[in-house]
Ligand binder design. Structure first.
Ligand code: FES
Length: 95
């Protein structure tokens, strides 16, 4: 199975996870400041900035797109509870 390497820049921790993992599943465990509220793509708490590997994440759903727009998120912002890693190297940090 494909693996992804995720770096949480705020705490300088890098972890390797299987493809299909959602970022929020790891960020809480390692102690990153990317935290969650609803975990359903509805509250915007888990908003993060993807600084590297943007194209190694699943496409935003219609719901995620809506929340990103409502939060006036930048082009490289995603919801950690929705973004699934697909492989490759990814770096993220809290917004
Ligand atoms: S935790 Fe609510 S949108 Fe991600």
């Amino acid at each position: 199975m494909a693996k992804s390497t995720i770096t949480f820049e705020d705490i300088n921790v890098t972890v390797t996870v299987p493809a299909g993992t959602r970022i929020i599943e790891v960020s809480e465990k390692v102690g990153s400041a990317i935290t969650y509220g609803c975990r359903e793509g509805d509250c915007g708490t888990c908003l993060m900035k993807v600084t590297e590997g943007w194209n190694h994440l699943s496409e935003p759903s219609v719901l995620e797109d809506k929340i990103l727009r409502e939060n006036m998120a930048g082009k490289h912002n995603r919801l950690a509870c929705q973004a699934q890693v697909l492989g490759g190297t990814i770096s993220v940090k809290p917004v």
